[in-house]
Design a protein around this ligand. Structure first.
Ligand SMILES: NC(=O)c1ccc[n+]([C@@H]2O[C@H](COP(=O)([O-])OP(=O)(O)OC[C@H]3O[C@@H](n4cnc5c(N)ncnc54)[C@H](O)[C@@H]3O)[C@@H](O)[C@H]2O)c1
Length: 429
């Protein structure tokens, strides 16, 4: 064997083009020294349990037959069924879906949800499809991965370019194939089909809750604190509204239409109305436009990246003057930037903790579907807040004890939980 057993790669990956999977492997290597005797099992985290590649043939509206590549990867199911979204994007690759599925294992374990990690995708640009083509591709993909998904096996959810309607088609296709209505096979469904109240706002609410917990640890008073937000969609818009609601001042917002600034604090409810009418924050009257690069240099208590990955880099991290970064987006901070922020004393609440509110309410949706008994929005929000607070508390305790960042602590907590489950279950046969 040419490679050492600890870095053996599966033959289907190209070592020169590992993509996001390579980043994930580095993160596991970073955490291994903290795993003690559980380190014996760490190889299980470095390969997905199961990776299914499917051909998705569809008849297009013009009569042509097109074929698309589809994936469903179950990274780890030691702690429960697989759970993770489905993304429709022209650049989706197996390596990317593998990494995203692994990060779902980490997120679910970090927040202590009884799930493993999974992810799926189709290599297609959905903007090129008609609604009827989108439905056909969704149904064929669901049918192809139907052999490995199911309410107690693996539960997909929406991700990039997929939504409640697509979840409804997935649920219907699976149910038709099974011969019985199975609402619990996907989450993020429409409310009329067993979806959960509170799901839409859940991720932003989780960002707000852990942001407040981090503020207490950092000695920051939330009322009156300055907040800057990149991305004013579902996650960023909700988090901004909740911070505004407790008296924090949202002084700058950046999205794909522009960057706006008001040192006295933006009127967030009015800005939300503006965005729903105009499609973005650009042109908001009660603020001044700001150079996009200056956004990252503003002095602030909270910085919430809630748009895209790799936004905080080695280039802009040295000029960041935020006390606390709460990662609403997935992967907004590169590893080099992470080290720079740490050296400069900025606290980073990592994505696997900060944006776990969405999957937490997906978990509630699944539980409600199983019992066919639905909770009120207040009950959902209270349970979400309790889970987020408990997760923050156990992760920050590890960070203090081990003198590591919250990101490393989240990985320690998550990997320990997964490997303890692996160890106590033992290997079959
Ligand atoms: N929605 C969820 O439940 C959820 C859960 C976990 C993680 N996330 C992550 O949170 C992030 C945001 O998701 P969302 O659901 O709010 O999406 P969204 O589509 O509702 O909003 C995305 C926002 O990002 C902004 N944006 C896009 N390109 C930009 C650019 N180049 N510069 C600045 N801003 C830009 C858009 O203008 C928009 O305001 C993503 O990384 C997503 O993976 C979302």
């Amino acid at each position: 064997m040419s490679q050492s057993p600890t870095h053996a790669l599966p033959s289907y990956l190209d070592p020169e083009h590992l993509g996001p999977w390579g980043v994930y492997l580095q993160q596991v290597d970073r955490v291994t020294p903290y795993l003690g005797s559980l380190g014996r099992w760490v190889e299980t985290l470095k390969r997905p349990k199961r990776a299914l590649i499917v051909d998705v043939p569809v008849e297009l509206d013009n009569g042509r037959i097109a074929h698309f590549e589809g994936y469903r990867v179950q990274h780890n199911t030691s702690r429960g069924p697989g759970k993770g979204g489905v993304r429709f994007h022209q650049d989706v690759t197996l390596s990317e879906v593998m990494a995203l599925s692994a990060w779902m294992s980490i997120k679910n374990a970090a927040v202590n949800l009884p799930y493993g990690g999974a992810k799926g995708g189709i290599r297609v640009d959905p903007r090129t499809l008609s609604q009827a083509e989108l439905e056909r591709i969704t149904r064929r993909y669901t049918s192809e991965i139907g052999v490995i998904i199911g309410p107690s096996k693996d539960i997909p959810a929406p991700d990039v370019n997929t939504n409640a309607q697509i979840m409804a088609w997935m649920m219907d296709t699976y149910s038709m194939n099974e011969g019985a209505t199975a609402t619990g096979v996907v989450t993020g469904k429409p409310i009329t089909l067993g979806g959960s109240l509170g799901r839409v706002e859940a991720t932003g609410r989780g960002v707000f809750v852990v942001g407040c917990e981090a503020a207490r640890d950092a000695g920051v008073e939330v009322a009156g604190a300055r907040v800057i937000v990149q991305g004013f969609g579902n996650v960023g818009g909700t988090a901004a509204r909740l911070f505004h609601g407790v008296g924090a001042k949202v002084i700058a917002v950046q999205d794909h239409t522009g960057t706006i600034y008001n040192p006295a604090g933006l009127d967030v409810p009015e800005l939300l109305v503006h965005v729903s009418q105009k499609g973005g924050v650009g042109g908001f009257a009660k603020a001044e436009p700001l150079d996009p690069k200056e956004f990252w240099t503003l002095e602030t208590e909270f910085l919430i990246p809630a748009a895209l990955e790799s936004q905080i880099t080695a280039e802009n991290a040295p000029s960041i003057r935020a006390k606390i970064v709460v990662e609403g987006a997935n992967g907004p901070t590169t590893p080099q930037a992470d080290d720079i922020l740490f050296e400069n004393g900025t606290m980073v609440v990592p994505d696997v903790l900060a944006n776990a509110g969405g999957v937490t309410v997906s978990y509630f949706e699944w539980v409600q579907d199983f019992s066919s008994f639905f909770w009120t929005e207040d009950e959902i929000n209270q349970r979400l807040e309790r889970i987020m607070r408990e997760a923050y508390s156990s992760i920050s305790q590890v960070a203090r004890e081990q003198k590591v960042t919250l990101r490393t602590a989240a990985f320690i907590v998550a990997c320990t939980r997964i490997l303890q489950a692996r160890q106590v279950r033992g290997l079959y046969p």
